[in-house]
Design a protein around this ligand. Structure first.
Ligand code: SF4
Ligand code: SF4
Length: 304
Protein backbone atom coordinates (compact mmCIF):
# COMPACT_ATOMS: atom_id res chain seq x y z
CA UNK A 1 0.00 0.00 0.00
CA UNK A 2 1.41 3.40 -0.92
CA UNK A 3 0.48 6.49 1.04
CA UNK A 4 -1.13 9.26 -1.03
CA UNK A 5 -0.19 12.87 -0.46
CA UNK A 6 -2.63 15.33 1.10
CA UNK A 7 -2.54 19.05 0.25
CA UNK A 8 -5.01 20.28 2.84
CA UNK A 9 -7.37 19.18 5.59
CA UNK A 10 -10.18 21.71 5.70
CA UNK A 11 -12.19 21.82 8.88
CA UNK A 12 -15.70 23.23 9.33
CA UNK A 13 -16.54 22.91 5.64
CA UNK A 14 -20.20 23.47 4.78
CA UNK A 15 -19.84 23.05 1.00
CA UNK A 16 -18.83 19.41 0.73
CA UNK A 17 -22.06 17.62 1.58
CA UNK A 18 -24.48 17.66 4.49
CA UNK A 19 -23.64 19.24 7.83
CA UNK A 20 -20.26 20.44 9.00
CA UNK A 21 -17.57 18.35 7.38
CA UNK A 22 -13.84 17.84 7.50
CA UNK A 23 -12.55 17.63 3.96
CA UNK A 24 -9.33 15.88 2.98
CA UNK A 25 -7.81 17.03 -0.30
CA UNK A 26 -5.71 14.29 -1.85
CA UNK A 27 -2.98 15.22 -4.30
CA UNK A 28 -3.16 13.95 -7.85
CA UNK A 29 -5.90 14.05 -10.45
CA UNK A 30 -6.76 12.21 -13.64
CA UNK A 31 -8.02 15.38 -15.29
CA UNK A 32 -6.61 18.87 -15.83
CA UNK A 33 -9.55 21.26 -15.83
CA UNK A 34 -8.71 24.75 -17.00
CA UNK A 35 -11.01 26.15 -14.30
CA UNK A 36 -9.57 23.99 -11.49
CA UNK A 37 -9.66 25.97 -8.24
CA UNK A 38 -7.17 23.62 -6.56
CA UNK A 39 -4.38 23.29 -9.17
CA UNK A 40 -1.95 22.23 -6.43
CA UNK A 41 -3.91 18.94 -6.34
CA UNK A 42 -3.40 18.09 -10.02
CA UNK A 43 0.08 16.54 -9.82
CA UNK A 44 0.53 13.40 -7.71
CA UNK A 45 3.97 14.42 -6.43
CA UNK A 46 4.89 17.13 -3.90
CA UNK A 47 5.39 20.64 -5.27
CA UNK A 48 7.08 23.81 -4.02
CA UNK A 49 4.84 26.86 -3.56
CA UNK A 50 5.73 30.50 -2.99
CA UNK A 51 3.32 33.19 -1.92
CA UNK A 52 4.40 36.30 -3.84
CA UNK A 53 2.33 38.57 -1.60
CA UNK A 54 4.40 37.53 1.41
CA UNK A 55 7.83 37.39 -0.20
CA UNK A 56 9.93 40.42 0.77
CA UNK A 57 12.78 39.53 -1.58
CA UNK A 58 15.42 39.11 1.17
CA UNK A 59 17.06 36.22 -0.68
CA UNK A 60 17.65 34.00 2.36
CA UNK A 61 15.90 31.08 0.67
CA UNK A 62 18.17 31.38 -2.37
CA UNK A 63 21.26 31.37 -0.15
CA UNK A 64 20.36 28.12 1.61
CA UNK A 65 18.91 26.15 -1.31
CA UNK A 66 21.36 23.25 -1.88
CA UNK A 67 20.22 22.89 -5.48
CA UNK A 68 20.54 26.60 -6.34
CA UNK A 69 16.94 26.35 -7.52
CA UNK A 70 15.87 29.80 -6.31
CA UNK A 71 16.58 33.15 -7.90
CA UNK A 72 15.26 36.64 -7.29
CA UNK A 73 13.27 38.25 -10.07
CA UNK A 74 11.64 41.64 -9.78
CA UNK A 75 12.14 41.61 -6.02
CA UNK A 76 10.57 38.21 -5.28
CA UNK A 77 11.87 34.67 -5.18
CA UNK A 78 11.29 32.35 -8.12
CA UNK A 79 11.78 28.58 -7.90
CA UNK A 80 13.05 26.44 -10.74
CA UNK A 81 10.60 23.54 -10.40
CA UNK A 82 12.88 21.18 -12.36
CA UNK A 83 15.90 21.68 -10.08
CA UNK A 84 13.94 21.73 -6.80
CA UNK A 85 14.15 18.40 -4.97
CA UNK A 86 11.39 19.35 -2.47
CA UNK A 87 13.89 19.11 0.40
CA UNK A 88 12.14 21.87 2.37
CA UNK A 89 15.33 23.64 3.48
CA UNK A 90 14.09 27.02 2.24
CA UNK A 91 10.84 26.88 4.22
CA UNK A 92 12.33 27.35 7.68
CA UNK A 93 14.62 30.06 6.37
CA UNK A 94 11.75 32.28 5.24
CA UNK A 95 10.69 34.49 8.14
CA UNK A 96 7.73 35.72 6.10
CA UNK A 97 6.25 32.24 5.84
CA UNK A 98 6.14 32.64 2.07
CA UNK A 99 7.33 29.16 1.12
CA UNK A 100 5.81 25.73 1.48
CA UNK A 101 5.78 22.25 -0.01
CA UNK A 102 2.33 21.13 -1.10
CA UNK A 103 1.75 17.44 -0.37
CA UNK A 104 2.17 15.55 2.90
CA UNK A 105 1.77 11.82 3.52
CA UNK A 106 -0.28 10.73 6.53
CA UNK A 107 -0.29 7.10 7.63
CA UNK A 108 -3.93 5.95 7.79
CA UNK A 109 -3.97 5.66 11.58
CA UNK A 110 -2.56 9.16 12.01
CA UNK A 111 -5.08 10.65 9.57
CA UNK A 112 -8.02 8.96 11.31
CA UNK A 113 -6.83 10.24 14.71
CA UNK A 114 -6.54 13.74 13.27
CA UNK A 115 -9.96 13.66 11.63
CA UNK A 116 -11.99 12.30 14.53
CA UNK A 117 -10.99 15.30 16.63
CA UNK A 118 -13.85 16.99 14.74
CA UNK A 119 -16.46 14.33 15.52
CA UNK A 120 -18.40 16.58 17.94
CA UNK A 121 -19.09 18.99 15.08
CA UNK A 122 -20.12 16.13 12.80
CA UNK A 123 -22.48 14.65 15.36
CA UNK A 124 -24.09 18.02 16.13
CA UNK A 125 -24.68 18.89 12.48
CA UNK A 126 -25.18 15.60 10.64
CA UNK A 127 -21.81 16.06 8.98
CA UNK A 128 -18.72 13.90 8.65
CA UNK A 129 -15.67 13.48 6.46
CA UNK A 130 -15.45 14.29 2.76
CA UNK A 131 -12.63 12.77 0.73
CA UNK A 132 -11.78 15.11 -2.11
CA UNK A 133 -8.86 16.22 -4.24
CA UNK A 134 -7.50 16.06 -6.79
CA UNK A 135 -9.19 12.76 -7.48
CA UNK A 136 -9.63 10.51 -4.48
CA UNK A 137 -10.69 7.58 -6.68
CA UNK A 138 -7.33 7.68 -8.47
CA UNK A 139 -5.28 7.26 -5.27
CA UNK A 140 -4.02 3.99 -3.80
CA UNK A 141 -7.34 2.24 -3.21
CA UNK A 142 -6.01 0.00 -0.45
CA UNK A 143 -5.22 3.16 1.50
CA UNK A 144 -8.56 4.82 0.71
CA UNK A 145 -10.64 1.76 1.60
CA UNK A 146 -8.64 1.23 4.80
CA UNK A 147 -9.28 4.87 5.77
CA UNK A 148 -12.97 4.58 4.98
CA UNK A 149 -13.39 1.27 6.81
CA UNK A 150 -11.87 2.73 9.98
CA UNK A 151 -14.11 5.83 9.88
CA UNK A 152 -17.16 3.76 8.94
CA UNK A 153 -16.52 1.37 11.83
CA UNK A 154 -16.74 4.36 14.19
CA UNK A 155 -20.09 5.31 12.64
CA UNK A 156 -18.92 8.42 10.80
CA UNK A 157 -20.37 9.67 7.53
CA UNK A 158 -17.99 9.67 4.56
CA UNK A 159 -18.62 11.49 1.30
CA UNK A 160 -16.61 10.95 -1.86
CA UNK A 161 -16.08 14.04 -4.00
CA UNK A 162 -15.17 12.73 -7.45
CA UNK A 163 -14.74 13.84 -11.04
CA UNK A 164 -15.78 10.35 -12.15
CA UNK A 165 -12.70 9.65 -14.26
CA UNK A 166 -11.36 6.49 -12.60
CA UNK A 167 -11.86 2.73 -13.05
CA UNK A 168 -15.32 1.61 -11.89
CA UNK A 169 -13.69 -1.13 -9.76
CA UNK A 170 -12.41 1.66 -7.51
CA UNK A 171 -15.98 2.90 -6.94
CA UNK A 172 -17.12 -0.65 -6.18
CA UNK A 173 -14.48 -0.87 -3.44
CA UNK A 174 -15.79 2.20 -1.58
CA UNK A 175 -19.53 1.68 -2.17
CA UNK A 176 -20.11 -0.11 1.16
CA UNK A 177 -18.60 2.77 3.14
CA UNK A 178 -19.66 5.89 1.20
CA UNK A 179 -22.71 7.85 2.33
CA UNK A 180 -22.85 10.20 -0.64
CA UNK A 181 -20.96 10.63 -3.89
CA UNK A 182 -20.53 14.29 -4.81
CA UNK A 183 -20.29 13.52 -8.50
CA UNK A 184 -19.05 16.10 -11.01
CA UNK A 185 -20.28 16.34 -14.57
CA UNK A 186 -18.07 19.08 -15.98
CA UNK A 187 -19.59 19.28 -19.47
CA UNK A 188 -22.16 17.11 -21.23
CA UNK A 189 -20.76 18.10 -24.64
CA UNK A 190 -17.80 15.75 -25.09
CA UNK A 191 -15.82 18.09 -27.34
CA UNK A 192 -16.09 20.85 -24.74
CA UNK A 193 -15.15 18.31 -22.06
CA UNK A 194 -12.05 17.13 -23.93
CA UNK A 195 -10.90 20.65 -24.75
CA UNK A 196 -11.17 21.89 -21.18
CA UNK A 197 -10.36 18.86 -19.00
CA UNK A 198 -8.05 16.87 -21.24
CA UNK A 199 -10.25 13.75 -21.30
CA UNK A 200 -13.53 12.46 -22.74
CA UNK A 201 -16.62 12.38 -20.53
CA UNK A 202 -17.54 8.85 -21.74
CA UNK A 203 -16.09 6.95 -18.74
CA UNK A 204 -17.49 9.58 -16.35
CA UNK A 205 -21.03 9.13 -17.65
CA UNK A 206 -20.66 5.32 -17.71
CA UNK A 207 -19.52 5.32 -14.08
CA UNK A 208 -22.38 7.64 -13.11
CA UNK A 209 -24.92 5.27 -14.68
CA UNK A 210 -23.32 2.26 -12.96
CA UNK A 211 -23.30 3.99 -9.57
CA UNK A 212 -26.96 4.85 -10.03
CA UNK A 213 -27.80 1.21 -10.77
CA UNK A 214 -25.76 0.13 -7.74
CA UNK A 215 -28.00 2.25 -5.51
CA UNK A 216 -25.41 4.89 -4.58
CA UNK A 217 -26.62 8.14 -3.05
CA UNK A 218 -25.51 10.81 -5.54
CA UNK A 219 -25.36 14.61 -5.42
CA UNK A 220 -24.72 15.87 -8.96
CA UNK A 221 -22.37 18.84 -9.18
CA UNK A 222 -21.76 20.93 -12.26
CA UNK A 223 -19.21 23.75 -12.53
CA UNK A 224 -20.79 26.33 -14.83
CA UNK A 225 -18.88 28.68 -17.09
CA UNK A 226 -20.81 31.23 -19.08
CA UNK A 227 -21.20 30.29 -22.74
CA UNK A 228 -19.11 27.13 -22.38
CA UNK A 229 -21.13 24.42 -20.63
CA UNK A 230 -24.14 26.23 -19.15
CA UNK A 231 -26.71 26.41 -21.96
CA UNK A 232 -30.29 25.34 -21.36
CA UNK A 233 -29.74 22.74 -24.08
CA UNK A 234 -26.71 21.34 -22.22
CA UNK A 235 -28.73 21.05 -19.03
CA UNK A 236 -31.59 19.33 -20.86
CA UNK A 237 -29.07 16.83 -22.22
CA UNK A 238 -27.90 16.16 -18.65
CA UNK A 239 -31.49 15.62 -17.55
CA UNK A 240 -32.12 13.30 -20.52
CA UNK A 241 -29.04 11.27 -19.63
CA UNK A 242 -30.16 10.89 -16.02
CA UNK A 243 -33.64 9.78 -17.13
CA UNK A 244 -32.47 7.38 -19.83
CA UNK A 245 -30.13 5.71 -17.37
CA UNK A 246 -32.48 5.92 -14.38
CA UNK A 247 -29.82 7.63 -12.26
CA UNK A 248 -31.39 8.72 -8.96
CA UNK A 249 -30.04 12.16 -8.01
CA UNK A 250 -30.73 13.38 -4.49
CA UNK A 251 -29.37 16.89 -4.98
CA UNK A 252 -28.21 19.06 -7.88
CA UNK A 253 -25.53 21.66 -7.18
CA UNK A 254 -24.88 24.32 -9.80
CA UNK A 255 -21.42 25.73 -9.14
CA UNK A 256 -20.71 29.07 -10.83
CA UNK A 257 -17.07 29.54 -11.92
CA UNK A 258 -14.73 31.49 -9.67
CA UNK A 259 -11.13 32.53 -10.23
CA UNK A 260 -9.38 31.23 -7.11
CA UNK A 261 -7.27 28.72 -9.03
CA UNK A 262 -5.45 31.32 -11.09
CA UNK A 263 -3.67 32.77 -8.02
CA UNK A 264 -2.64 29.29 -6.92
CA UNK A 265 -1.07 28.65 -10.35
CA UNK A 266 1.10 31.69 -9.75
CA UNK A 267 2.13 30.33 -6.33
CA UNK A 268 3.07 27.03 -7.96
CA UNK A 269 5.24 28.85 -10.46
CA UNK A 270 2.98 27.78 -13.31
CA UNK A 271 1.51 29.91 -16.08
CA UNK A 272 -1.99 31.24 -15.55
CA UNK A 273 -4.55 29.81 -17.98
CA UNK A 274 -5.18 32.12 -20.89
CA UNK A 275 -8.96 31.96 -20.62
CA UNK A 276 -11.71 34.48 -20.22
CA UNK A 277 -14.00 32.29 -18.16
CA UNK A 278 -16.83 33.99 -16.33
CA UNK A 279 -19.67 32.72 -14.18
CA UNK A 280 -23.21 32.63 -15.60
CA UNK A 281 -25.39 35.61 -14.70
CA UNK A 282 -27.59 35.30 -11.62
CA UNK A 283 -30.61 35.46 -13.92
CA UNK A 284 -29.41 32.49 -15.98
CA UNK A 285 -28.45 30.50 -12.87
CA UNK A 286 -31.94 31.01 -11.47
CA UNK A 287 -33.44 29.91 -14.79
CA UNK A 288 -31.38 26.71 -14.64
CA UNK A 289 -32.47 26.05 -11.06
CA UNK A 290 -36.09 26.33 -12.23
CA UNK A 291 -35.37 24.06 -15.21
CA UNK A 292 -34.10 21.29 -12.92
CA UNK A 293 -36.99 21.76 -10.51
CA UNK A 294 -39.55 21.60 -13.32
CA UNK A 295 -37.97 18.31 -14.36
CA UNK A 296 -38.35 16.76 -10.95
CA UNK A 297 -35.11 17.76 -9.23
CA UNK A 298 -36.64 19.82 -6.44
CA UNK A 299 -33.44 19.75 -4.42
CA UNK A 300 -31.48 21.96 -6.82
CA UNK A 301 -29.37 24.78 -5.50
CA UNK A 302 -26.68 27.25 -6.49
CA UNK A 303 -23.42 26.42 -4.75
CA UNK A 304 -22.16 23.38 -2.86
S1 SF4 B 1 13.20 33.86 2.27
FE1 SF4 B 1 10.98 34.26 2.00
S2 SF4 B 1 10.83 36.49 1.92
FE2 SF4 B 1 12.99 35.98 1.58
S3 SF4 B 1 13.18 35.86 -0.68
FE3 SF4 B 1 12.76 33.79 0.06
S4 SF4 B 1 10.54 33.57 -0.07
FE4 SF4 B 1 11.00 35.76 -0.19
S1 SF4 C 1 12.59 22.81 -1.35
FE1 SF4 C 1 14.85 22.52 -1.25
S2 SF4 C 1 15.49 22.29 -3.38
FE2 SF4 C 1 13.41 23.16 -3.43
S3 SF4 C 1 13.72 25.38 -3.52
FE3 SF4 C 1 13.51 24.86 -1.34
S4 SF4 C 1 15.62 24.53 -0.61
FE4 SF4 C 1 15.67 24.47 -2.85
Amino acid sequence: MSTPLVTNIQRYSIHDGDGIRTTVFFKGCTMACKWCHNPETQEFSAEPMRNGDRCGGCGRCAEVCPEHAISLENGISVTDRESCTRCGTCIDECYNDARSISGRAYPVKELVELLVKDRMHWEASGGGVTLSGGEVMAQDMDYITDLMKRLHAKGHSINIDTCGFAPYENYEKVLPYANVFLYDVKAINDEVHKANTGVSNKLILENLAKLGKAGARIYLRMPLISGLNDSTDDMLRVIDFLRENSVPILQVNLLPYHELGQDKLEKLGKARHDTNFAPPSNEHLNELVQLFKQNGYQNTRIGG
